[in-house]
Design a protein. Structure first.
Length: 253
């Protein structure tokens, strides 16, 4: 492979600097604070010069969103790899890593998981493409579920019930993740809405009225979800194991 030229290296470094500046503005002032003009000013560039790297603000924000998806995916993959070979342990570790990233990166979480951002419709609509950063993140969670289904089956509603009530309605999800079985597709979507929902409620401060420690609720729901997944999970004490693996820490998020 031919090494990148000096021009290419300089371009890559400049793009990274632009994105770093945009992320700082996003974190400190929200999306409304992000502008190509402000970033160019902070970098000592002219406003027109920055358009050589990003043709529009929307293109820059889409690039940021893709980076945040990839950053989260790498975080989750690292947690999975450290958890060992058991799919249930992997799901526990991955879900905790997801929450930790979300709570620690609220502005970034909001950009990719909050209300749709004007100008990013094309990026968001492409999430059904298997190469989309969001789809790649989803695949990391699908694999342990598929492994559980192959090993011991998944505890889901009867297939006839799923066919009647969901059936082809899950076709986009099943296509974008490698023609999933209906049971795995349902388990993934059910788990995603449950785990993501809790994280989103915590990130957006929608749990203060109900619980003093959101992590305690998250751990309880996570343990219950994992115990419900597999016919063998309950017999193996998955709920108790989940709580023991991640004891609550004083002052933790």
């Amino acid at each position: 492979m031919t090494p990148p030229s000096r021009r290419e290296r300089l371009r890559t470094a400049t793009v990274a600097e632009i994105k770093d500046g945009a992320r700082r503005l996003l974190v400190t002032g929200g999306l409304d604070a992000v502008s190509l003009r402000a970033i160019a000013r902070d970098m000592g560039m002219t406003a027109p010069a920055i358009y050589r790297y990003f043709p529009s603000l929307e293109a820059l924000v889409a690039g940021l969103a893709a980076d945040f998806y990839d950053e989260l995916r790498l975080t989750v993959e690292a947690a999975r790899d450290a958890a060992g070979d058991d799919p249930l342990d992997q799901l526990l570790a991955m879900s905790r890593a997801f929450r930790h990233w979300g709570v620690g990166n609220r502005a970034e979480f909001t950009l990719i998981f909050g209300n749709p951002v004007p100008g990013l419709e094309e990026f968001t609509d492409a999430c059904g493409d298997e190469d989309h950063p969001g789809a790649r993140l989803g695949t990391v969670f699908v694999r342990p579920l598929a492994a559980l289904a192959e090993r011991a089956g998944l505890r889901t509603p009867p297939r006839e019930f799923l066919e009647e009530h969901l059936g082809d309605r899950l076709a986009p999800l099943r296509r974008s993740h490698g023609d999933l079985s209906l049971e795995v597709a349902y388990a993934f979507l059910s788990g995603w809405t449950r785990i993501y929902g809790l994280i989103a409620m915590e990130v957006f401060d929608h749990l203060r009225w109900a619980v003093t420690e959101p992590e305690a609720l998250f751990e309880t729901e996570l343990a219950t979800f994992v115990a419900q997944l597999s016919p063998t999970a309950e017999r193996n004490g998955a709920t108790g194991a989940a709580v023991r693996v991640a004891p609550r820490r004083a002052g933790s998020h």
